[in-house]
Structure formats: C-alpha cells, structure tokens
Design a binder for this molecule. Sequence first.
Ligand code: SF4
Length: 376
Amino acid sequence: MTVQSSGAPDGADTRVDFYSLTRGELEEWLQRECGEPPFRARQLFQWVYWRRVTDVLQMSDLSRGLREQLAARLYFPQAGIDSRQISTDGTRKYLLRVEKDDRIECVFIKQPKRNTLCVSSQVGCAMGCRFCRTATMGLRRHLSPSEIVRQVLLAIDDAKEFGDAFENLVFMGMGEPLHNVENVIKALEIIRDASGLNISGRRITVSTSGLVPAIERFGAANLDVNLAVSLNATDDETREQVMPVNKRWNIAALLQALREFPMKPRRCITIEYVMLGGVNDRREDLVRLPKLLHGLRAKVNLIPYNMNAGLGFTTPSKERILEWQHALLSHGLSTTIRWSKGPDIDAACGQLATATSKVTKIRAERAYEAPSESTL
Ligand code: SF4
C-alpha cells in the first residue's frame, strides 16, 4: 500500500493518498485501521469517483466519528492544469502539473463518432523511438497510480465543461505504459472498478513498443483491456534503427508474445504502424507485413508520421498510405488509418513532450535503458 506524504514541511505527514488505493486495498486499510466492514470502501469510492466529493466530512452516509477519523488520515492530492491548447480540429492538449513539480501532457481527441482521451504513463520515456518527440526528453520517472488516475479524472471533468464525453481511453501519451507496468495495472483496476471510474475494459487500450516480459505480465493481470503494439517495421534491421527496443526483443519474440497474449473471443490486437517515408513503406514491407501477421488475431492501424522538426523523417504521400490500406485489406487484414489530429498544437501521435527545466533533455541513445527482465 502506498503512503505518500502530503508535502507537510516537517515531513511527518503519513496520511494515505486516496487515489493510490484500489478498492480492495482500501477495504483492507479500513478494516485494519478503523475496524470498518468492506462495504465502506465502496461507499468512499462512490463519493469520490462518482460524485467527486473529496471532503470526507460531507460524506453523509458515514458516521460523524468515522468521517473525522478519515479526514485526518486520508488526503486527496489534485492534479492541476497548467495550460490547455485547442487545435483548429477541436483536439485539446493539456499540460498537467503532477507530483515533484513535473509536467505531463494528455490529449482529448475530437472525432465525429468516438472521442478519445489519450493519457501519459511516465514523465518522458526511456525507449528512444527515433520518430518520437517524447523520446528526446529521456525518462524522468514513472507516474504513480494516483497520478495516472487523477490525470484521467481531470481530463474527464474538463471535457464535461466543453459538453464532451469520450468513448475510448488510450495509454498512448508520454511514456511506455508497460515500462511502468505495475503502476499502470493498479491505475487500471481503479479506472475499471464499477464503483470507481467505471470505464469498461473494452473501451481502454494500452499501447506498447514491445517489452516482451511486460506484455506477459500485463496479460497475466487479466484486466480485459485492449492491447496495441507499435510494430513500425517488417524486418529487424529497420526496426532496430527506428525502435532500439528491438535489439532486446526482436520481431519474432514480439510476435510470439502476441500470439500467447490472452484475449476474449472477438477481441484482437492492434498493430500500429507509423509510416515513415522511404524507411518502412517500401514494396517489400507491404509484402512482408501480411505474412508476419498471418494467424494473429490482429488489425492494423496505419499512422502517417507526424512531422517533428529535427528528427529526420518524412511522411509518405497520401496515395502511398491509401495504397497500403487497400493492399492490406485485400489480404483480409482489417486496416484503418489514423489521420493526424491536433498537429497545429503538437498534439498528434508522437509529438508530445514537455520542456520544463525539471526534465533533463538528453539524447535518446543515452536515455535508452531497457528495463531488465527482473524488474518487469
Ligand atoms: S513512441 Fe512511445 S515508447 Fe516510443 S519513445 Fe515515444 S512515448 Fe516512448
């Protein structure tokens, strides 16, 4: 159980960060510390996550004595919005203030049929993908479960101000979610909990660059959420050039892990393919991709590269992208294209990065430290 200081100057504050607890952990804590039955945890969850009440003294179905006890022992840290940018296409990008005065970004993507909330899992990222702006930050740290949950809460509540609901929640913002797999799993338990944020696993997608042991760990957690994988190349040589993670776990190892990933019937893995002009959009790539995916329950999402100045890649022509979609469909592969959203505010896929003085800007080659298997 995580006990976080509320920042009291004397450092003696041991109140528990409410957002760091799953409902099961809260049940245990309430029983151990206050002698309360398990259903109290459900009551507290519903006050906080359903009604957004964080003043325990207002929780009218708890006894006065318990309210006073909890008010002294729980705390509710808040994430803050530093800025909100709105794209001409309606996409909103948030710069959020989290613990330790760090900054992260999350994006509310406006789409005609299904709005999507894209959240971060780390401050920066260690994976060093060459086409990604977040990679240029290096990794500062993992987000805690509490920070992930509060990020989602804040974005949902702000969306309501715009009259927006969202259909999909995706972990595709800053960071590699499965490098932070334990915290992401815990946050997802709270996000999915029927008395918590109550977001169905069917509407949640977690994306990975291909950390094979963490994919296995994530599958074993049995969260029933969707998995997306950034493949981005059809041969190891090219993939190593654009995604250093491939040096540790190559395409064959990754595809094997995907074949073994537990999925309910009618679910499939999304294979993301950032199209980099002249790098991975060659004829031979188009021939190899369907062969690689043969027998895998997968759909393909083609992502035209979103320009990041200085990273040295180009976006293929629209004709080339449509040609790929057509060819993959003709192989029986369900294939969509993720056209750019919010590029005018650098909110599109691969463009997120914060540049606070707290973030050490180091080159991606130096930042990359593949997590050791023992830590996953
Ligand atoms: S694409 Fe994802 S995993 Fe790769 S560097 Fe960017 S944030 Fe990290």
